[in-house]
Write a new protein. Sequence first.
Length: 322
Amino acid sequence: VSAKTIYGGSYNLLAHTLPRYGITATFVDGDDPSNFEKAIRENTKALFVETIGNPNATLLDIRKIADIAHAHKIPLVVDNTFATPFLCRPFEYGADIVVHSASKFIGGHGTAIGGVIIDSGAFDWDASGKFPSLTEPNESYHGVSFTKAAGKAAWITMARAVLLRDIGATLAPFHAFLFLQGLETLSLRVERHNYNTLQIVPFLANHPKVKIVRHPSLAESPYHDLYTKYFPRGAASIFTFDVKGGEKEAKKFIDNLKLFSLLANVADVKSLVIHPASTTHSQLNSEELKQQGIGEATIRLSIGTEHVEDLLEDLAQALEAI
Ligand SMILES: Cc1ncc(COP(=O)(O)O)c(C=O)c1O
């Protein structure tokens, strides 16, 4: 069972690719945690959410969703890419497995592709009774039972020993080096991303050519209470807003920006902009787009670490050009 407000590529994996391998997902509105509970079936293996949804900076109550997962003896998997471990550590709220696209804030420079899986070691696979591939002898790996052989590290050991071997999703050594270089400045960069964002959000929200800004720092945001609870250091330098008008106005704004680069990447030290409906989320049909809150006038910004005055000036002149 997955939140429906997730990165388009993850949505496609769950909605279209994995079903061909016999793994299906039910998508629910994460705004109400009880929706996860209602969707859980006898054969449900996990709940999946993003700490901060891509692209609309939607938040959810991780603690409540973790409690629901555990009441049903299944793990909660959290994609913490947009939050980073500097702003939120989902294990503290009950998550069992955390994943990151390291290609974002961890690297920080959009120069390498890779990901990270972290197993809390806290989930009791034996007690769950739903994971024979971990508890029973594994034919493809010397007949070991991973829970017996690796204890708390059962799942991550299986991921390395079996899945990595079979799928081949290995990290290039040079990319590992780039990620480690990036990690050293993670906190400094994220502080600056947040500082810039907290000045840009009110500027856009008060601009006459802007229809709506979706950011949890705004008092009117439906996610404001969760933002205060889970993100005391601020968050969400990737967010969306709608210009007044439609696709034509949105694209004119984008074409007039000088400092923001038109790129599908996010969480780079350089500020980025994109039109999700025609790019990152273009594989979604119009109903799916609507469900994810993405319209023709929606623009996604990824606020970088440049000087905020330069960014504000660029946004102002591009809005003026519409
Ligand atoms: C939240 C989130 N998770 C996962 C991914 C996938 O990451 P990668 O492209 O590094 O595989 C992305 C973006 O690409 C993302 O935004």
